[in-house]
Write a protein that binds this ligand. Sequence first.
Ligand SMILES: O=C(CO)[C@H](O)[C@H](O)COP(=O)(O)O
Ligand SMILES: [Co+2]
Length: 232
Amino acid sequence: MTSTPMSGTAASHKPVILSPSLLACDFARLGEELATLEAAGVPWAHVDVMDGQFVPNISFGLPILAAARRVSGLYMDVHLMIEQPERYLHDFAEAGADGLTVQVESTRHIHRAVGMVRELGKRAGVTLNPGTPLDAIRPVLADVDLVLVMSVNPGFGGQRFIPASVERVREVRRMLDDLGSEAELQVDGGVTAQNARALVEAGATNLVAGSAIFGADGGSAAGIQAFRDALA
Ligand SMILES: O=C(CO)[C@H](O)[C@H](O)COP(=O)(O)O
Ligand SMILES: [Co+2]
């Protein structure tokens, strides 16, 4: 199967990857939804795991990831919004995650958590809430394959993008460049075809979008095309 990233490029000249958030898809048609993404040439799928503790909402967990893995070759980009994620990293790796991103606020042991993901042979990501100072991720920046800048307070899809996030993306881009890091710089929450270009120009290489894709007039293929047009 082919997977074509978005044609726009970030400052590092990497192709922009779109990671549609399955939180906004029709779970009763999960297999078809994934097949549509693959047919549209999107390389990643974003899997939002919420535990009702770290965030005030419960989404889904291991069985849904395993089901998605069984029917899809997409890169499974798992965003863990759960307390003490170390307890479940092994299980999510077994269930089919390709990348595991942990919230810096969700553990006292972020360095250990990132190391565990790498030991499991998966790509390690770190993320932080809009209210968390960027310095919180500095100690693990050299050890991660992905940094996710949350552009809404995590817990729900369909929220409005927080404009100050663009400046945070720009600052994380500087931090990564200073280290010579090739890590993906991902943005998640309220991302649309309208704000995608500004995010890429600020240094994002990877965009998560849920409602803007699955809620698009004409369905997810049309939503993906809108991002392509915006980044062309
Ligand atoms: O992590 C998330 C929420 O906590 C989701 O990935 C995010 O909200 C995507 O949905 P949308 O694009 O509709 O904002
Ligand atoms: Co997410």
